[in-house]
Write a protein that binds this ligand. Structure first.
Ligand code: NAP
Ligand code: ZN
Ligand code: ZN
Length: 352
């Protein structure tokens, strides 16, 4: 299949830094859109993948799934976007489009497996997909989103993963006026969860490990901050929340948070993947009809709904713009929770 070699930033091994490399992008098919990438957000999943935290990373790995750019070419059958339009790509670039999930606009739960924007099985090349730390990307139009014209492009990029990953559970559990929502962890996902829950009219609290982010959380819209290491503060919110969104990336004790759920409440894990330790105690769940659930990103229609909602209410991410050459340092800072609250790469730096 015809392809073009382009510049990208990625890694050849779990313990190697990211560096400039060449990758191939396919020639557009009749249903494809080619996008020049202008900005790409830096998600903690990029780091997990680059360092093979979850196993299964195929190298070379080129992360990046919070992509905003400009349409440079469209295939002959493309109708949704035109050359020159601003466009976005999130965590999915393909799915079977035929299974029960896909037919319900739940491509993220495709029964035949969705194709991730990076480290996914590429149906076109037979290899694996490369993400947004690159000059351009070629994607089937179904998986390309429209960017509301009033939003800042760089600050829109994180909506494509951090935004949709928190929006999807907020919508699924029908959060609105009168809902009491809590968010665990103030990072990329956490700060979007606060803004979006607030935008939907909920009362929102943040659970954070230290008081260092308290002021920021209140500015972002949180009504309260609970320091999770403080037992008195934890006890003060016992039985309070209808929905808790847990964004913590690493193994942690979920039980103290279950205690803060209201009867019938749900704690939805979007961060940590794997077995829990300490184990989950079912007693408070059974005695309070509480649920512990999980959720992954969101479907394409739901992502467009989020972008349109953000356009309407002028909601974007709080960002720090970096050059692609600073990505390794950005990963180290992310590990120390030293990011306020999403790094976004100015992809013009890759051209230098
Ligand atoms: P992030 O920006 O690094 O934020 C994570 C936050 O969690 C930190 O700011 C910190 O908040 C808290 N935290 C970090 N380490 C912790 C620890 N050991 N114990 C307790 N709290 C800790 O990461 P992110 O980009 O928001 O991503 C969060 C997680 O979601 C990652 O694992 C990522 O892979 C995953 N993710 C999942 C999906 C999905 O579809 N389910 C999509 C995107 C990302 P405080 O300092 O406030 O405590
Ligand atoms: Zn992500
Ligand atoms: Zn499917």
């Amino acid at each position: 299949m015809e392809s073009t070699n382009i510049k990208a930033f990625g890694t050849h091994a779990a313990d190697a830094p990211l560096q400039q490399m060449g990758i191939n992008r396919r020639e557009i098919t009749s249903k494809d859109i080619e996008i020049e990438i202008l900005f790409c957000g830096v998600c903690h999943s990029d780091l997990h993948t680059a360092r093979n935290d979850w196993g299964g990373t195929v190298y070379p790995a080129v992360p990046g799934h919070e992509i905003v750019g400009k349409v440079t070419r469209v295939g002959s059958e493309v109708s949704r976007l035109e050359t020159g339009d601003f466009a976005a790509v999130g965590c999915l670039v393909d799915s079977c489009r035929e299974c029960g999930s896909c037919r319900q606009d739940l491509e993220q739960y495709c029964l035949n497996g969705f194709t991730g924007t990076y480290n996914g099985k590429d149906k076109h090349s037979g290899g694996h997909t490369f993400g947004g730390y690159s000059e351009k990307i070629v994607v089937n139009e179904h998986f390309v989103l429209k960017v509301p014209p009033n939003l800042d492009l760089a600050a829109t990029a994180p909506l494509l993963c951090a935004g949709i990953t928190t929006w999807s559970p907020l919508r699924h559990w029908k959060v609105g006026k009168g809902s009491k929502v809590a968010v665990i962890g103030l990072g990329g996902l956490g700060h979007m969860a606060i803004k979006l829950a607030k935008g939907l009219g909920a009362e929102v609290a943040l659970f954070s490990r230290t008081a260092s982010k308290e002021k920021d959380a209140l500015i972002l819209g949180a009504d309260a901050v609970i320091i999770s290491s403080d037992k008195t503060q934890m006890a003060s919110v016992r039985g309070k929340f209808d929905l808790i969104i847990d964004t913590v990336p690493y193994i942690h004790d979920v039980n103290p948070y279950v205690a803060t759920l209201n009867i019938g409440g749900t704690l939805v894990i979007v961060g940590y993947l794997g077995g829990l330790d300490p184990i989950l105690n079912t007693v408070p769940m059974i005695m309070g009809r509480k649920s512990v659930a999980g959720s992954v990103i969101g479907g394409i229609a739901e992502t467009q709904e989020l972008l349109d909602f953000c356009g309407q209410f002028n909601i974007v991410s709080e960002i720090e713009i970096i050059k692609i050459q600073d990505i390794n340092e950005a990963y180290e800072r992310m590990l120390k929770s030293d990011v306020r609250y999403r790094f976004v790469i100015d992809m013009a730096s890759l051209k230098k």
